[in-house]
Design a protein around this ligand. Sequence first.
Ligand code: PRP
Length: 238
Amino acid sequence: MKERNPMQDLLTVALPKGRLLEPAAGLFRHLGWRCDLGNGSRQLLVTEAGTKGQGPSALRFLLAKPADVPVYVEYGAADLGIAGQDVLRESGRDLYEPLPLSFGHCRLVLAGPPDQRARDFRLATGLRVATKYPRLAQAYFQQQGLSIEVIPLSGSIELAPLVGLSDLLVDVVETGRTLRENGLVPLAEIVHCQAAVVVNRVAHRLRLAPIRALLAELEAADAALQSAAADTKTGGSS
Ligand code: PRP
């Protein structure tokens, strides 16, 4: 049997810092990769030779800010990556998105103080909306035929209406705790999102075999981990 040169079918995978890192890295760990990023380490790039499966014989993992994952993948600095669909839709990058994952579920919502519930936004002028998602927020209000001023922020969005920086906010809600603890309420759901694997379009054409094999492995790992988590929840009683 012909020996594989581990570096010949090396694929680079971009992983996002923050909430999605552990479940994303968990998929690769389930497949036997160490995926030694995060966990207190400051290393941003690790290369690993693999030994099992039909997938690539080596992977290089890079750790990026979530909003930068689509950039690394579109430019081909990473062949594939894992990111939230909120970040992917906001980026507007041209990526192949073959595999939604079972984690990272959240809702992009319009939210604000409870007294905004009764407000007719069609009558409002100069409405200010704070958000990390300026494109998605603009698109949503345009769809409603409303013109707004977007206040772009990079975090702690819930603060903006509390101190008069904005009337409303557009942000993701996962558990709802941040809104609740700041006395805010969701006013409308814009889109549901979850984590997904994205692939560089050129890499997908040129390196079809190892990418396809890795996608199949990731899909199986995601299903296995999801069913293990469901078993734990039900105490394995099914
Ligand atoms: C995200 C998001 C909300 C919060 C929602 O912020 O922007 O603030 O999580 O989660 P919850 O519904 O479970 O409370 P993140 O923790 O990423 O920090 P950030 O405010 O610095 O962006």
